[in-house]
Ligand binder design. Structure first.
Ligand SMILES: [Zn+2]
Length: 202
């Protein structure tokens, strides 16, 4: 696509780097912004910069947070002994959306994937074990994607728990989450049920 303005073509380029945004959609968004009052566009830009610059990660669970500890970890009505282990922030959002989970989380930041060079040391696994060793946790719900990588990660954590003789119950999400799928695409009802009917890991 040729544009009569480099300013426009640069903006289209920037927008089309976003996931799911092609050149056509990018152009539509740019032209939309072009028609908005300058204050609104300035606000738009500054909100994004502020988000990127100021966002923090919870020092306990690694969820996104505005402060040192996230709103879930600091919520007194949450069951602190029940920890749901997930890959990404998006999984936290998906499970929170079910409005049925009252425990807390641990965000690993991915799963073990030897092919992609992701070993346990690149994930938040040691901090998970620090939390377990502090003795507050009685159950880990492994809510990882049902893929080879997800399974490998569960296996690794479970083996390490046994090696370190840590007495924590490990459960898995139950029916409805098919092998090979990604957790964040599972609908709320299925995810809710999978959490409620979780099974012991064997
Ligand atoms: Zn937290």
């Amino acid at each position: 696509m040729e544009f009569p303005s480099k300013l426009i073509s640069d903006s289209v380029e920037v927008f089309s780097k976003l996931p799911g945004i092609g050149k056509k959609t990018a152009l539509r968004l740019v032209l939309h912004l072009l028609n908005q009052p300058i204050e609104d566009v300035r606000d738009f830009g500054q909100t994004i910069i502020r988000m990127r610059e100021s966002i923090k990660y919870c020092k306990k669970c690694h969820n996104i947070s505005d402060g040192e500890v996230c709103s879930i970890c600091s919520n007194r009505s949450r069951q602190k002994q029940l920890v749901c282990v997930v890959e990404t922030l998006r999984d936290v959002l998906a499970i929170e959306n079910t409005q049925n989970y009252r425990g807390i989380y641990h965000v690993l930041g991915g799963v073990i994937s030897p092919l992609e060079g992701v070993g346990p040391e690149k994930l938040q696994i040691s901090s998970l074990f620090e939390r377990i060793q502090s003795g507050e946790i009685t159950e880990l719900i492994m809510a990882l994607s049902p893929t080879m990588e997800g399974d490998t990660t569960v296996f690794y954590i479970n083996k390490k728990l046994q090696e370190e003789q840590l007495d924590v119950k490990v459960t898995m999400l139950a029916r409805g989450v098919s092998f090979g799928g990604e957790l964040q695409y599972v609908d709320e009802v299925t995810l809710s049920r999978a959490l409620a009917t979780r099974l012991p890991y064997e």
